[in-house]
Design a protein around this ligand. Structure first.
Ligand SMILES: Nc1nc2c(ncn2[C@@H]2O[C@H](COP(=O)(O)OP(=O)(O)O)[C@@H](O)[C@H]2O)c(=O)[nH]1
Ligand SMILES: [Mg+2]
Length: 337
């Protein structure tokens, strides 16, 4: 089993270099946290911009302050159910006289938010002891960021010492196959594609067989963008899923929906329909850097409980980050430890 984010322990270091290493990792952490904070700045502004006065209050919090907060969350794509959960928890604390001032309100809000996001904060784990590749099927609407995310994940996996191949399952546009092939050539990654227009299920079927034979660790399969309202294309995803399971029982091991966070509430219907068609096991939210609608993360977590694996906060490779509930909430509320 292989988990990201767990750095290998370094041994045989003197105390001094241990200190240096520690300082360096803390510095790196701060730097990475800043990237996340910058990426989430529009969402943070939307979510907390109008209520920072509330957090600065010296006196006791009253029910009216909570209503103010509630209105704010509702207007920031957090959604009715998730907002209710957050506010109910705060009301309970208010009753128990635990909200002394603005600062304790902020800390209580942080707890409530983390309570919602913790259950979906589960890193993607790649098993390497399978009878074939770990198969990652990428699905989503057009322009969500599937192909970009595939590129970033490929590099991430390679840096972890895993061998990776790609399946050009977006057979809808010839340019999409070429885009993936060109990228594969530049980065020395095998891309399995069929020439001419063909059936995505058969491309991915061949790719799984080929990875089995070549002992490749991870196969990432691209698919054509489709709207969740196009039932025949949703059915096609179901077929792709079944075909993969035939060539390798238990596969795909991860079905990841890539969501453009700027779509806000539409993300909810995307998750619902794609989940019905292809049993999602993970979500990636891209373009959080370009939107004030990042509050939708709470709505998604509350409604579906599907792990959020990665979030995209920019176009660079390091801007695709493993989702971490605590980091995310602290970046949103501007809490630095
Ligand atoms: N700002 C920003 N742009 C992104 C992010 N992820 C993807 N993009 C851009 O979104 C556009 C569509 O991406 P693409 O991977 O082709 O989408 P696909 O149709 O789902 O394969 C490209 O211009 C990407 O550079 C992100 O996290 N932040
Ligand atoms: Mg694409």
């Amino acid at each position: 089993m292989f988990t990201f984010g767990r750095k290998k322990k370094t041994s045989n270091l003197s105390d001094q270099s241990n200190d240096k290493t520690l300082a360096k990792t803390q510095e790196e952490k701060r730097g990475l946290f800043k990237v996340l904070k910058d990426g989430l700045s529009r969402t943070r502004e939307n979510l907390t911009g109008g209520i920072t006065d509330l957090f600065r209050r010296g006196e006791k919090i009253d029910p009216r302050s909570l209503e103010e907060l509630e209105d704010h969350l509702l207007m920031s794509d957090v959604g009715i159910e998730a907002t209710e959960k957050i506010i109910q928890g705060l009301r309970d604390r208010l009753k128990k006289q635990k909200l002394e001032d603005g600062q304790s309100l902020k800390m209580a809000l942080r707890d409530q938010m983390m309570g919602l996001l913790d259950p979906v904060s589960k890193p993607l784990e790649i098993s390497t002891d399978l009878e074939g590749p770990f198969v990652l099927l990428m699905v989503g609407v057009n322009g969500a960021g599937k192909t970009t995310t595939i590129g970033k994940l490929t590099k991430r996996f390679q840096e972890q010492g895993l061998s990776v191949a790609l399946a050009a399952g977006d057979t809808f546009r010839a340019a999409a196959v070429e885009q993936l092939q060109a990228w594969g050539e530049r980065n020395n990654v095998t891309v399995i594609a069929h020439s001419g227009s063909s059936d995505p299920a058969s491309v991915i079927y061949d790719a799984v067989s080929s990875c089995k034979a070549k002992d490749i660790d991870v196969l990432i399969a691209d698919t054509a963008g489709r709207l969740q309202t196009q039932q025949h294309l949703m059915d096609e995803l179901g077929k792709i899923h079944r075909v993969i399971g035939k060539v390798m029982p238990g596969a795909p091991h991860e079905v990841m929906l890539v969501i453009d966070a700027t779509t806000g509430q539409n993300a909810l219907s995307q998750v619902e329909k794609f989940n019905q068609a292809a049993r999602l096991t993970g979500l990636t939210l891209t373009k959080l850097d370009g939107t004030a609608k990042g509050g939708v993360v709470f709505a998604l977590a509350e409604r579906f409980l599907i792990p959020i694996r990665f979030i995209g906060v920019g176009e660079q490779k390091e801007d695709l980050r493993e989702f971490n509930a605590k980091e995310f909430v602290d970046a949103l509320l501007d809490i630095e430890e």
